[in-house]
Design a protein around this ligand. Structure first.
Ligand code: SF4
Length: 339
């Protein structure tokens, strides 16, 4: 059923919807988002990396801090990995920090420090896939591009009442064809911003505010809260981690992770063969990909293992530490101080 609709996207319906959408956006769009103020390509690049898997509310203050630390691509390319990881703390998914660092170096080496505008050049940069390339083309350069992020997918899927799962081939194709028809040849920056803002503010993931929507008259959604359709979620797996607490003469022992999750970041070491005993100094649960991890931190009676490094509290404050471990360390220090 979707296929029939996609072949016959009515250009007049789309034009009318675009006019209404853009008029709404002039009055209600999120024009004050810091990366939108002057469409600086470097700022757009940073925001796109940060916004992958992280909310606008979390990114906004971190973006400002980042731009103060690394105001240009050249500054970012020249920075140390540890400085980059520290600046990324709190945003999660640290591989993105490494990828933006690598992208900045490549832009300096291959493009004289200027963010390219051609799709092919963008796709040749580390960490830039088709979505990010399209977003940079639209937001930084106002070039023709079909930007499809989570918010835009939701708006378009509902507007057209696409009922095929959008994470399966048929649904992706329907959505791609609709998006290609919806985006104009010029003015992609305004259209992408407007669709994104509509998805974030009106056509939200829970119950959309259709009464306030500029697309209400042309929208075909029957049960919008059920769209976009997706395949059933993978089951979350619970796992348990026991971490060791070695606080000796005011210094805490940490290890530098070489695992895939937090490579290069400082974490509480695993308890290893030692059996958990006594009272835990910290316990917390955190989600990561499809896992729900229960982390418990126990004071260790043995000597700190080889390969660990000890840090004062001041030094810990400046280390790149993933958020769950930072929280566990703070909770444990608090518990130890209280006795
Ligand atoms: S009318 Fe409702 S479902 Fe349709 S696009 Fe607007 S908010 Fe979304």
């Amino acid at each position: 059923m979707d296929k029939k609709k996609q072949r016959n996207h009515d250009p007049r319906r789309i034009r009318k919807a675009l006019t209404e959408l853009l008029a709404w956006h002039v009055d209600y769009g999120r024009h004050a988002l810091p990366w939108r103020l002057d469409s600086d390509p470097y700022a757009v690049l940073v925001s796109e990396f940060m916004l992958q898997q992280t909310t606008v509310a979390t990114v906004t203050p971190r973006f400002a801090a980042w731009m103060r630390l690394f105001p240009t691509i050249a500054n970012l390319a020249a920075a140390s990995e540890q400085d980059i990881l520290s600046a990324w703390e709190g945003l999660g998914y640290y591989s993105r920090a490494r990828r933006i660092h690598a992208a900045a170096k490549a832009i300096v080496e291959r493009h004289q420090g200027v963010v390219p505008l051609e799709q092919e050049d963008l796709l040749g940069l580390p960490g830039i896939g088709s979505y990010t390339a399209a977003a940079i083309r639209a937001f930084a350069h106002d070039e023709p591009a079909v930007v499809l992020d989570t918010n835009i997918i939701r708006v378009l899927a509902r507007w057209e009442n696409l009922t095929s799962p959008v994470d399966k081939a048929a649904g992706k194709q329907s959505l791609g064809e609709l998006a290609a028809a919806f985006y104009p040849k010029t003015g992609c920056r305004a259209v992408a911003s407007a669709l994104m803002d509509l998805g974030a503010m009106i056509c939200t993931a829970g119950k959309p505010a259709c009464d306030a929507c500029p697309l209400e008259k042309s929208c075909k959604a029957v049960q919008p809260e059920r769209l976009p359709a997706k395949s059933p979620r993978k089951v979350t797996t619970k796992i348990t981690e026991h971490r060791a607490w070695w606080l000796r003469e005011g210094k805490l022992y940490l290890e530098q992770s070489c695992g895939p999750r937090w490579t290069g970041l400082w974490i509480l070491p695993e308890l290893g063969d030692e059996k958990p005993s006594g009272r835990a100094v910290a316990e917390l649960t955190y989600p990561i990909t499809r896992y729900r991890v229960r982390m418990t931190v126990y004071p260790s009676k043995s000597h700190p293992r080889k390969g660990l490094h000890s840090f004062t509290r001041n030094e810990i404050a400046g280390l790149p530490i993933p958020t769950p471990h930072r929280k566990a360390i703070e909770a444990a220090l608090h518990a130890v101080a209280k006795g």
